[in-house]
Design a protein around this ligand. Structure first.
Ligand code: PNW
Length: 449
């Protein structure tokens, strides 16, 4: 880790942390919430590595006041949370469940009272189960249902949420949920999952229009990006890397920014109707960038169902997820976005950046996580370098405030700045929390550094 002082960030740079509803709230049957695809998936044996579910997780639904105090202690400007669609519309359609909306209404008011900007993601993968039963994101009608949910939610919260994010990581949702089947809803359609891309994008575009009828706040989408490193120097290796690049980094961003779809294998144009590309390219105010790691790619092995082979990258430290720690990839990615999309690229906020380590309290109950401090230090310096390169980055949100339920990995991966003891629900700020608090404080205009 660099021993040089953290460079200054521009005045107004937004410091934040991120979470998502299903990973922290628990209370999955409280107050009329309906089932989501993750409730169903977690009940299916063998899907979650430790056999756990999202039933309780961090019990944030009941402990939100304590969690808002953790935000205040950290000194962040903003908190990115997600709204559970099955709390708002238990079946994914029809009238709102007012009690479900009340929860977010109170949370938003608590955040504003604490001086923290509410940043709300409408869809972080928790599709109401009845919509999945009707075809999920393979089904065009899900896009219209999503826009209706967005409209009803913004009617209540649109005056107070400071930044709206429609979808979280539609690529990861499509590829792991519908392509490989390792996430909910657990469908393994490989490239036949393309309609899931199109319908999420269409839902996004329709939701942008719906949101704007109730809010003047900026609207964004949060994509996952991973710079591609080609391994090997054959034409087949380069072609494989280009295919993966199109899929992971361009499939969603090209149409969002008005370029239409890139060439990807298995793309079925029959789901694209007249006018859809215009709906999808509705102007957004901010591009949310979620970055974890670069991806090594080489030519597919004979007989592989995929046109590429994803390989672990050597030469980097690794997180508990075995993901490489590569801050240079974040600078590279931000430069690539600017070079590729030029004037069509809106201002960027890093909406997720973080790492999992096996953090545990010591005998005194303290949780030291020097690897996370090094991770965040490196990635913040990468953002600073990208600003110097001329990329318009407006904020940085750490994934995550709390250790939480890491999807198919259950409770086995800890991403938090705050340790959670799931047996007692005790929250213990880790040393990275104190470190980040000091970095944020030192970045304030007039701070004594
Ligand atoms: C993101 N991958 O998920 C999500 O937005 C969060 O909910 C999640 O907790 C966080 O990152 C950490 O995983 C991802 O396989 C899941 O490349 C998988 C991948 C990337 C992001």
């Amino acid at each position: 880790m660099s021993t040089a002082p953290m460079p200054q960030f521009p005045t107004g740079f937004r410091w934040g942390v991120s979470t998502s509803a299903h990973q922290i709230e628990g209370a999955t049957t409280a107050d009329g919430r309906g089932p989501s695809i993750w409730d169903t998936f977690a009940r299916s044996p063998g899907r979650i590595s430790d056999g756990s579910s999202g039933e309780v997780t961090c019990d944030h639904y009941h402990r939100h006041t304590e969690d808002v105090a953790l935000l205040t202690g950290l000194g962040v400007d903003a908190y990115r949370f997600s709204i559970a669609w099955p709390r708002i519309q238990p079946t994914g359609a029809g009238p709102v469940n007012p009690t479900g909306l009340d929860f977010y209404d109170r949370l938003v008011d608590e955040l504003l009272a604490a001086g923290v900007d509410p940043v709300a993601t409408l869809y972080h993968w928790d599709l109401p189960q009845p919509l999945e039963d009707a075809g999920g994101w393979l089904h065009r009608d899900t896009a219209a249902r999503f826009a209706e949910y967005a409209e009803k939610t913004a009617a209540r919260l649109g005056d107070r949420v400071r930044l709206w994010i429609t979808l979280n990581e539609p690529f990861i949702h499509m590829s792991l949920g519908y392509g490989m089947g390792t996430h909910a809803p657990g469908r393994a359609l490989l490239f036949d999952a393309f309609p899931v891309a199109h319908h999420q994008l269409l839902g996004h575009g329709l939701a942008v229009a719906a949101l704007r009828t109730h809010t003047t706040s900026p609207v964004a989408v949060a994509n996952n990006y991973s710079p591609v490193r080609v391994l090997g120097d054959s034409d087949a290796d380069r072609a494989a890397a280009a295919a993966y690049q199109a899929l992971h980094n361009r499939l969603f961003t090209d149409p969002l920014l008005g370029h239409g779809y890139p060439e990807i294998p298995g793309r079925d144009p029959s789901v694209i109707r007249t006018g859809d590309l215009e709906t999808i390219a509705a102007p957004i105010d901010v591009l949310g960038v979620n970055y974890y790691n670069p991806t090594g790619v080489r030519a597919a092995k004979a007989g592989s169902p995929l046109p590429f082979d994803l390989v672990a990258l050597d030469g980097y430290p690794r997180t508990a997820f075995d993901w490489p720690v590569a801050p240079d990839g974040l600078r590279e990615l931000l430069g690539w976005l600017r070079d590729t999309y030029g004037d069509a690229l809106p201002p960027i906020e890093i909406t997720e950046s973080g790492c999992a380590y096996d953090d545990a309290p010591d005998a005194d109950g303290q949780v030291a996580d020097p690897e996370r401090i090094a991770y965040l230090d490196g990635h913040l310096r990468a953002v600073r370098a990208a600003l110097d390169d001329g990329v318009d980055v407006r904020g940085y949100f750490v994934w995550s405030l709390l250790d939480n339920w890491e999807w198919a990995e259950g409770f086995t991966k800890r991403f938090g700045l705050v340790h959670v003891d799931y047996a007692t629900q005790t929250r213990t700020p880790k040393s990275s929390y104190t470190w980040l608090r000091d970095v944020i404080a030192a970045s304030r205009p007039g701070s004594a550094r």
